[in-house]
Design a binder for this molecule. Structure first.
Ligand code: SF4
Length: 239
């Protein structure tokens, strides 16, 4: 019976060759899309925004976030508000009946454990410890934790969304059977130059603009020669 490792790892590769491939991907996408800039939120705001973004698009998340902040200008007010009012404010994000209570529970837990609505203590923690603390909050998975750790505290964390999962699987950076959850650790280890934010944002952009879920536009992709999927569909040998 095949071992779990054999089932989940790409064939005929080793860690060093995967790192080389990751570097090539990073450099070519950086050339194509540049070095992205992003707005840094405080940790609590990013946490709430990321909960709102679960299972929806950026536009709906932003609308829900803006409505929530307009109705309740402080996180203390969100925490202490009647649940139905929070649910109503965030309705554009979808799954409001789940996300509202989840946000309020997270805010209450932070207050209980830290004495205030502030999670900047994570900046001083080793990344694994910080990840464990965040994922101990109900409804906070590895992706949400990695977003907060990377974009608020410059930690070595790599969030994996559906675009990143699809593109990196096609490229062969992760194995066919590696789940999005499992991919966090693998891609974190492969990310070149500690460029976690740039690597993350540019792969998402590539997934949205070129490497679509249905009908990837391989003919205009600069990653053909390092892409396992392309080599399979074009009948070429694997590299
Ligand atoms: S060659 Fe095709 S499948 Fe591979 S990354 Fe580019 S668009 Fe995606």
């Amino acid at each position: 019976m095949a071992s779990r490792k054999a089932q989940t790892q790409p064939p005929a590769t080793d860690f060093q060759s995967l790192r080389r491939k990751a570097r090539t991907v990073h450099e070519r996408l950086r050339k194509l899309y540049g070095v992205p800039q992003w707005t840094k939120l405080d940790g609590v705001s990013e946490l709430v925004s990321t909960i709102l973004s679960q299972n929806t698009n950026d536009g709906n998340r932003d609308l829900a976030y803006t409505r929530l902040r307009a109705r309740f200008p402080t996180w203390e007010q969100v925490r202490d508000a009647p649940a139905d009012q929070v649910v109503d404010a965030i309705r554009p994000a979808g799954l409001a009946n789940q996300k509202g209570p989840r946000i309020q529970a997270a805010l209450r837990l932070i207050t209980r454990e830290r004495g205030a609505l502030n999670i900047d203590f994570l900046a001083e923690m080793p990344v694994q410890e910080a990840r464990q603390w965040l994922t101990s909050i109900n409804g906070i998975g590895p992706k949400t934790a990695a977003i907060v750790l990377l974009f608020c505290y410059d930690k070595a964390a790599f969030p994996v969304d559906t675009h990143i999962h699809r593109v990196t699987r096609r490229l062969g950076l992760i194995g066919e059977k590696v789940s999005a959850e499992q991919a966090h650790d693998i891609l974190e280890a492969l990310c070149p130059d500690h460029a976690y934010g740039t690597f993350h944002i540019n792969i998402i952009k590539h997934g949205r603009e070129v490497c679509h879920a249905r009908g990837p536009e391989c003919e205009r992709c600069p990653l053909q020669d390092v892409c396992l999927y392309y080599q399979r569909v074009s009948g070429q040998e694997e590299i």
